[in-house]
Design a protein around this ligand. Structure first.
Ligand code: AMP
Length: 398
């Protein structure tokens, strides 16, 4: 099957066309600045990447441009639209309504709409992407793959917040977790790589990217994760604060003259390692370089980030009464050897010892702990598009 993967943001649209049997990427690209001016990138596998300005006032024009690029007689990856067998859409929030991926139907879309207040920035964009594809490619089966679904197996003790229970019952305020497609893909891939039986394994996945979250996966099922009602919770991130005393919202708001929404905006966009580094950068490449030149703020940002990861790993080892293997994934987890080394230094008590030479290797799955380590630590590159493709095929095959 040829499966088109669509990941729609408020002003962007990432896409990949994947052959589900071989899992080969046939073409991929990005529409950016939708609603502003518009820029399209398109790359057919084996050919040069093309980037050009292309007006896209709305997502409709963006999807049309993607379809035109894919079927372009000279550079297209397919001869006609009829070659697209299915479309897999990333959807950010499925609330408690979706514990797995779901076929796109009118009822399914109504349920996703009911989750909009849980993800007001993301779900509307995801819904627009689905709507436009339904109009441009009627009859092509579509599947929604949710960031939250993998975490729906969390037990009540992990997802309930200790606030009056009526607020959970009435407003569904609870921990949901995000990056679920990545946590699901990486935990399975780690078990396969190490030859562990998924059903008997205790795995901790550290998805460390610009957004970052950790999950505890026992017997292949998520039992806890660090993001919450929204992706603001848990780890220190590129620009997000992660966990802090909730009283900070009121206290800081009074000091700087902002309401709760204004402070939350600061916590989402100006905090994390960007805020700690005095606005230097949210990117670990810049922070590592600055720290190596003696920048104390960059050094502190680095330390706080790694410390929080290590503490969360410890918490999840406790939650599962032990851990068999830990995976590092996403932009930082896959590329920042220094961050991994710093985190693993805290994990000696678990019986993890770093193999420095392996930690310096690049590309693919790599075990970075020594063979003598009681718990394995590995780099497992995530691949959310392949994960969405697999989910799409699985739902369609029933
Ligand atoms: P992601 O959100 O998964 O795309 O991760 C993006 C982040 O990964 C960037 O903001 C960087 O902080 C980090 N990153 C990417 N490449 C490198 C690298 N070579 N070294 C250190 N950090 C990196």
């Amino acid at each position: 099957m040829k499966v088109l993967i669509i990941n729609c943001g408020s002003s962007s649209l990432k896409y990949q066309l994947i052959d589900s049997e071989s899992e080969a990427v046939l073409a991929k690209g990005l529409c950016e600045r939708i609603g502003i001016d518009g820029r399209l990138s398109y790359e057919k596998t084996g050919a040069e990447k093309e980037t050009r300005d292309a007006p896209m006032p709305t997502h409709t024009e963006a999807v049309q441009l993607v379809v035109d690029a894919l079927t372009n007689p000279k550079t297209g990856a397919i001869a006609s639209l009829s070659e697209i067998d299915a479309i897999g859409h990333r959807v950010v929030h499925g609330g408690e309504k979706f514990a797995g991926s779901a076929l796109v139907t009118d009822e399914m879309l109504a349920a996703v709409k009911e989750c909009i207040d849980l993800a007001p920035l993301h779900n509307p964009a995801n819904l627009i992407g689905i709507d436009v594809c339904r109009k441009l490619m009627p009859g092509v089966p579509m599947v929604g793959v949710f960031d939250t679904a993998f975490h729906q197996t969390m037990p009540r003790k992990a997802y309930l917040y200790a606030i009056p229970i009526e607020y959970y019952e009435q407003y569904k305020i609870r921990k949901y977790g995000f990056h679920g497609t990545s946590h699901s893909f990486v935990s399975k891939e780690l078990a396969r790589f190490l030859g562990l039986k998924l059903e008997d394994s205790r795995i901790i996945v550290c998805h460390l990217g610009n957004g970052a979250s950790i999950s505890a996966v026992q017997g292949g099922k998520c039992v806890d994760t660090s993001m919450g009602l929204t992706p603001l919770a848990g780890l220190v991130m590129g620009t997000r604060s992660g966990d802090l005393d909730p009283s900070v919202v009121d206290f800081l708001g009074k000091k700087i003259g902002k309401d709760a929404a204004g402070v939350i905006d600061v916590l989402n966009k100006k905090s994390g390692v960007l805020g700690l580094s005095r606005g230097l950068s949210s990117d670990f490449r810049d922070l590592e370089e600055a720290a190596s030149k003696g920048n104390k703020d960059a050094e502190a940002a680095f330390e706080v980030f790694c410390y929080r990861v290590a503490c969360t790993v410890g918490a999840y080892a406790a939650a599962m009464n032990g851990v068999d293997a830990i995976a590092f994934t996403a932009g930082i987890g896959e590329n920042a050897a220094g961050v991994r080394a710093q985190i693993v230094k805290y994990l000696g008590y678990l019986g993890i010892e770093l193999d420095a030479a392996k930690n310096a290797q690049r590309g693919g799955n790599v075990k970075i702990s020594t063979d003598a380590s009681r718990v394995a630590a590995c780099v497992i590159p995530t691949n959310e598009e392949i994960a969405i493709c697999r989910e799409t095929v699985a739902v369609l095959k029933g």
